[in-house]
Design a binder for this molecule. Structure first.
Ligand code: SF4
Length: 376
């Protein structure tokens, strides 16, 4: 009998070393104008029994690997997979997934896909309890969740899930501005974002709220910054994660851009919006995190309120650079030459790339849009 277990397509970067436990497939909303992750894929729920079987399979594979490796930590290499598998028909990739997790200490699990909390709380609690029963060493279990779904859940259900072992939630707030939320068909209001965020915090979760500079385009950038900060100020989530907007071809946002109904911000304009957002944050203790290549300034990170000025200082350093240096930094960052502003230095090769991009695309921003689309 095969020991395969289902895995969905994505996880947050902070869950790179987590084992994946798929409790639903795809996204029950699937309408956000900027998102193509599950486009064309039908949403479905998995039964508690199916998920429990997956967890048991992961446990069996982990036991076989640990037996094959003996007591030596360095024995946890790919060489033990052949021994652990023996005559098992399970494809090797499942053993590799579990081996990778073992290498990282089996400390965290991530529930997939886009909105695990759509399951009845008691069903999800059964899955969580079984997961912790099989892997008592887990210190963190995380899931994506839609704020709309959480706004409809009772505080008691949220506390039940927290007590069953779910410890961290990621909400795709994207914007706290109702006009922008309508524009991108997010299916949730700013008031529901606040309600859901506060409920998650009160139930004791670590909460990540995502914010997308540039989502309002040129028409709504200022509202996007100010209103998003207003929601974050009302929730004070554990983390605020920055995800700068990149309009992808084949998405409704990409089509709106092609028709001229939505105009993207330039890289510099997105930085200016981020500045206004951070400057508008007050009365919170959240940690601001820039953990994605879509963000130009990776070093805009810090804990509020102590590091607010430090974050604004990084932004102001970029904004004060001469125009040509800014463009060379943008290119260098996007092609992996620079990571942070501190890495910046004048570079003849990048200056030549800049000229080629301007010749090919008309501007650095148009060229960078193409580069960024390939990252996603
Ligand atoms: S809720 Fe999340 S996964 Fe679903 S369409 Fe919107 S952004 Fe994509």
């Amino acid at each position: 009998m095969s020991l395969e277990f289902e895995m969905g397509p994505i996880r947050p970067p902070s869950e790179a070393t987590s084992i994946l436990v798929r409790v639903t497939r795809n996204c029950p909303w699937n309408r956000c104008a900027f998102c193509n992750t599950y486009r064309g894929q039908k949403f479905s729920r998995r039964s508690v029994e199916e998920v429990v079987r997956d967890i048991d399979n992961i446990r069996t594979i982990a036991d076989r690997i640990l037996d094959a490796a003996g007591n030596e930590a360095q024995g946890l290499s790919s060489r033990v997979i052949a021994k652990a598998r023996g005559l098992d028909i399970t494809p090797e990739e499942y053993y590799r997934q579990v081996l990778f997790w073992l290498h990282h200490g089996m400390k965290s699990a991530f529930l997939q896909d886009a909105n695990s909390l759509i399951l009845p709380a008691e069903d999800l609690a059964k899955i969580l309890r079984h997961l912790l029963h099989c892997f008592p060493e887990l210190v963190r279990i995380t899931s994506y969740a839609r704020a709309k779904t959480v706004s409809k859940k009772s505080l008691e259900d949220m506390k039940l899930l927290r007590e069953a072992g779910l410890s961290r939630l990621h909400f795709g707030m994207e914007s706290g501005c109702d006009e922008v939320l309508d524009l991108v068909d997010k299916g949730v209001t700013a008031a529901e974002h606040i309600d859901a965020g506060r409920k998650a915090m009160e139930a004791g979760f670590d909460l990540s709220e995502y914010y997308m500079p540039g989502l309002g385009g040129k028409a709504l950038w200022e509202q996007n910054a100010r209103e998003s900060a207003r929601v974050i100020n009302a929730v004070s989530p554990t983390f605020v994660r920055i995800r700068s907007t990149v309009p992808l071809p084949g998405t409704p946002l990409g089509e709106m851009m092609a028709k001229g109904e939505w105009q993207p911000l330039t890289e510099e304009e997105k930085v200016r919006e981020l500045r206004l957002f951070i400057d508008s944050l007050e009365g919170i203790t959240s940690r601001i995190v820039s953990d994605h290549i879509m963000n130009l300034l990776e070093d805009v990170e810090g804990t509020m309120p102590a590091e607010k000025e430090k974050m604004l200082g990084v932004i102001d350093r970029f904004l004060a650079m001469p125009h040509d240096d800014k463009e060379i930094f943008i290119i260098g960052r996007r092609i992996g030459h620079f990571r942070t502003l501190d890495d910046f230095h004048p570079d003849g090769e990048l200056a030549a790339v800049r000229k080629k991009l301007i010749d090919a695309f008309g501007s650095i921003d148009a060229g960078m849009l193409e580069v960024l689309r390939n990252y996603i």
